[in-house]
Design a protein around this ligand. Sequence first.
Ligand code: UDP
Length: 432
Amino acid sequence: EMSSSGKGKHILVIPFPASGHILPHVDLTHQLALRGLTITILVTPKNLPFVNPLLSLHPNTVQSLILPFPFHPSIPPGIENMQDVTVNFLPHIATALGQLYEPIIQWFRSHPSPPVAIFSDHLLNLWTHRLGSTLGIKSIGFMPMNANLVFNCFANVDEQDNVFFREMTLKMMESWGLVINSFTELEGDRLDLVKGFMKHDRVWGVGPLIPIKGGSERGGPTSIPTDEVMAWLDSCQVDRSVVYVGFGSQIRLNKKQMEALSDALEKSEVRFIWAVKEPVKGVKNEEDDQGIVPNGFEDRVAGRGLVIRGWVPQAMILNHRAIGSYLTHCGWGSVLEGLIGGVLLLTWPMQVDHYFNTNMLVDELGVAVRICEGLDAIPNSKNLAHILAESVNENRPDRIAFMKLRDKALDAIKEDGSSYKALDDLVNQISN
Ligand code: UDP
């Protein structure tokens, strides 16, 4: 049983509305609630499905505060989540949500037992930081990333010429505390470097945060029901024989990439699940031919592979014994899910942090394989087919090394493990 060191103290959690951010906030909130805090989590209406499983798990201690998504001239009406737009919308979404400042202050002032601390995604700290000081409460930044990325942001802040990211990074350094989804056994040295920049010790590595149960369809509608996907995986006799292919919630592949990948999957003869993201209707994209599965492909691989469109129950898939490897964009959430699942990572980094993550896993630790690099890269389908086929072999040194790292990760989150204790300490420090 968990200690209830939180003594019922109330905190406000403000996630950034992108899957790779809101889901780890949900998983973090779960851990904080287990430790006796009372929590309000702020969402706009369309993001409620992401937090509903959490609200059901903690009906008495976790509540939602639902506020309408504010108007912003650059954001099409109805958009409330990054998964519906391209990455350049990020500052707009963060800025739009800044208009919730006054409504939150009003909510706080009329609350019988207002929060003693705000946890907010670092992407929102341009205004959540000010909110904390206006209300006179602690403000804690949550980075659903690793310490390596935080360290790199801090170390290079003077060279950052994007004003939004520069200001955000500077604010992050000023916060009362910082929570990072990583663990000492993986990044103890980086966590210390981050502390050096913060000039205090309130930096907590609490990862890997484990996905809470019951949230398989939390990100939207899916083309194949979760129990059918699971039944298909159950029917795969050989453990670690299936390749999962998925590029997170943001990335959509263009026509040439889709062709190369489908060709490789076909040639490889492996079993696979492919998560395909289609373009969002009504949002203008530079390319309008994204996410199209080549004609006839699905018939040719019927029985051997599944193509899932829309939201995919990724964490559940990666935890299935039948999955052996994962062709990934290397978003940190996906990396951790692959680690927990013990699934060899084949990396295809696409955007900023993906490169850092790939470098760490492939070049520094030797626990993953780099396939290709870049948003526009087109893999050679013959080579890729070969890599996919080889990736499900049991006795590869990179797989064995990755499994060792997995043991360390699982130890870190066990009772008395480093991340477990960090969460205890975090809750203690907030409550005192
Ligand atoms: N995710 C999912 N189904 C999808 C797409 C994404 O469950 O169809 C989850 C995935 O498991 C991970 C998060 O969304 O927890 C994505 O985070 P990540 O940091 O990997 O990538 P991003 O989407 O931010 O690029």
